[in-house]
Design a protein around this ligand. Structure first.
Ligand code: GTP
Ligand code: MG
Length: 418
C-alpha cells in the first residue's frame, strides 16, 4: 500500500515545571530532540513554545494565557498539530484541543507513531501494535481530535479509527492475542539461545542512544548490510552476526533498538522480547555519539536502561563513536573506553582487543608436538579443544589447537618450540 505523504505543520510545546523531575520536564534541549522526532515522523516544526511555571495547570496543563497565545500562533502559522514534550493525561489533551481548536499529541504518541512507520518485520509490527493498544486502552474514553482526524497523519497510524470504535473488550482480546504471539517469538528465541549456550559462543550486544551509530558499527565489523540512516529509530529489529575477534575467539554480535530519553513505558514493555536479548549478553558495547552536545545526558539515559534490562554486573565497553567529527581532546580515556569511527574504521583494532580482554576465557592457541606414544592425547584434543591442524610427521604428531588453561597446562611440556 502506498503511504500518503502529508507534511503536517506542528507547534512544539513544553512545560518546565518546578515540581517535575528531570525526566518529566521539558527544556530547550529536549525540545530540540522533539523536533528531530517530529521530522522523523514526517512533520514540520512551525513554532516552539516553552513555558516555565511552578506547577502544571490542573485543567489545561499550561497557563491560560499561554494556551491563548498558542491558539493564536497556530492560527497565524497554519499549524494543525500541537506536540507536547511532556506526558499528558487524556483529559488534558481534550481540554487543550477544545481551547486551541488544534489536535494535540504527546511525546509518547509521537514516538509510537515513528515506530509504527518503521516496523517492518512481523515481530516488530506485533510489538508496536501491542504498545499502541496499551497506550490507547486507558485513553479510549478521552479520545479527542487526534483520534478522529483523517487517517494518514502523525498519530493516526496503527489501530485505525474503525478498530477503535469497537469496544474495549475487543482491544483487550487483541492485546491478549498479541501477547501470545510475542510469547511464541520469545520461546523460539529461547531455543536459539539454548543452542548458542551449548556451543558456548559469547554474545555481545550493541546498545546506545538512537542515531549513535550502532548499525553502522555492526555493518563495519561484520558486513551485515543493515540499513543505517541519519534518522531516529532506524532499527527496530535485532540482527545478529558472527564476528571473529581473534583466532581464539568468535562471538555473536547483535544490533538493538535505540534508546531515547522518556521512552514510553509501553514501548519498553512491548519490546521486551527484543530487549530480552540484553539479559543474555555476556558483554555490552555502548555506542556513544562523541560529537553530540547532549552526549553526557544520553549516556546517563542508556546507563539507566542498561541497569533495568541487562544482567547485573555485566561488563560494558563505552565506544565513543564518530571520532572523525570531534577534536582529539574531547575523547575520554579509560580502560573500558575506546574512541572509534564506525564510518572510517578508526579504532576498530583497539575495540577488538578490548572485547577479547573482556571475554578472555584463558584460551591458548598453540602447536603441540606429541610423541607417537601419546597418540591417545590426540583424541582428547579433538574432543576438548578446537583442533586446527593435525600432521603425522617424522618427529611426532604435530597438532595446532585452541585449548583451555587446564588442557594447556597438562600438555605444555610438549609445546613445539617456535
Ligand atoms: N561521521 C560519522 N558518522 C557516523 C559514524 N557512525 C555512524 N554515522 C552516521 O550516523 C547516522 C546514524 O547511524 P546508524 O548506524 O543508523 O545509528 P543507529 O545507532 O543504528 O541508529 P538507530 O537504529 O536509529 O537507533 C548515520 O547517518 C551514519 O552514517 C561515524 O563514525 N562517523
Ligand atoms: Mg540502527
Amino acid at each position: 500500500m502506498e503511504e500518503k505523504i502529508i507534511i503536517e505543520k506542528a507547534i512544539l510545546v513544553g512545560l518546565n515545571a518546578d515540581v517535575f523531575t528531570a525526566e518529566e520536564t521539558a527544556t530547550e534541549q529536549t525540545l530540540d530532540e522533539l523536533e528531530a522526532l517530529l521530522e522523523t515522523a514526517g512533520g514540520e516544526c512551525v513554532g516552539r513554545v516553552l513555558q516555565n511555571r511552578h506547577t502544571p495547570d490542573p485543567h489545561s496543563f499550561l497557563g491560560e494565557g499561554k494556551v491563548e497565545e498558542i491558539a493564536a500562533l497556530a492560527e497565524s502559522t497554519g499549524a494543525n498539530l500541537l506536540v507536547f514534550d511532556n506526558s499528558l493525561t487524556p483529559s488534558q489533551i481534550r481540554a487543550l484541543e477544545e481551547l486551541t481548536g488544534v489536535s494535540v499529541l504527546d511525546r509518547s504518541a509521537l514516538i509510537l507513531d515513528i515506530f509504527a512507520q518503521r516496523a517492518k518485520t512481523k515481530e516488530g509490527r506485533l510489538q508496536v501494535e501491542l504498545a499502541q493498544y496499551q497506550y490507547l486502552l486507558p485513553r479510549l474514553s478521552g479520545m479527542g481530535k487526534s483520534m478522529s482526524r483523517l487517517g494518514g497523519g502523525i498519530g493516526t497510524r496503527g489501530p485505525g479509527e474503525t478498530k477503535l470504535e469497537t469496544d474495549r473488550r475487543h482491544i483487550r482480546d487483541r492485546i491478549n492475542r498479541l501477547q501470545q504471539e510475542l510469547n511464541e517469538v520469545r520461546r523460539v528465541r529461547g531455543v536459539q539461545r539454548e543452542r548458542r549456550l551449548r556451543n558456548s559462543v559469547p554474545v555481545v550486544a550493541i546498545v546506545g542512544y538512537t542515531n549513535a551509530g550502532k548499525s553502522t558499527l555492526l555493518n563495519h565489523l561484520t558486513g551485515a548490510g543493515i540499513p543505517a540512516n541519519n534518522r531516529l529509530f532506524d532499527t527496530l529489529d535485532t540482527t545478529t552476526r558472527q564476528l571473529t575477534v581473534s583466532d581464539t575467539l568468535d562471538v555473536l554480535l547483535s544490533d538493538t533498538v535505540g534508546f531515547i530519553a522518556k521512552l514510553p513505558h509501553n514501548l519498553v514493555e512491548a519490546f521486551k522480547a527484543t530487549l530480552e536479548e540484553l539479559q543474555y549478553a555476556d558483554l555490552l558495547l555502548h555506542v556513544i555519539d562523541a560529537g553530540d552536545p547532549e552526549r553526557d545526558a544520553h549516556i546517563e539515559v542508556v546507563n539507566k536502561l542498561i541497569t533495568q534490562l541487562a544482567k547485573p554486573g555485566i561488563p560494558v565497553i563505552e565506544c565513543y563513536n564518530k571520532m572523525d567529527t570531534v577534536e582529539e581532546d574531547d575523547l575520554p580515556r579509560g580502560s573500558e573506553k575506546v574512541a572509534i569511527s564506525a564510518r572510517t574504521g578508526e579504532g576498530m583494532e583497539e575495540l577488538l582487543r578490548l572485547i577479547e580482554k573482556s571475554l578472555d576465557r584463558g584460551l591458548h592457541h598453540t602447536t603441540f608436538l606429541l610423541p607417537y606414544a601419546m597418540a591417545g592425547q590426540v583424541d582428547q584434543l579433538h574432543t576438548q579443544a578446537k583442533v586446527l591442524r593435525c600432521d603425522y610427521t617424522a618427529e611426532g604428531i604435530e597438532i595446532e589447537a585452541i585449548c583451555d588453561e587446564i588442557l594447556y597446562g597438562r600438555l605444555r611440556n610438549y609445546e613445539k618450540p617456535e
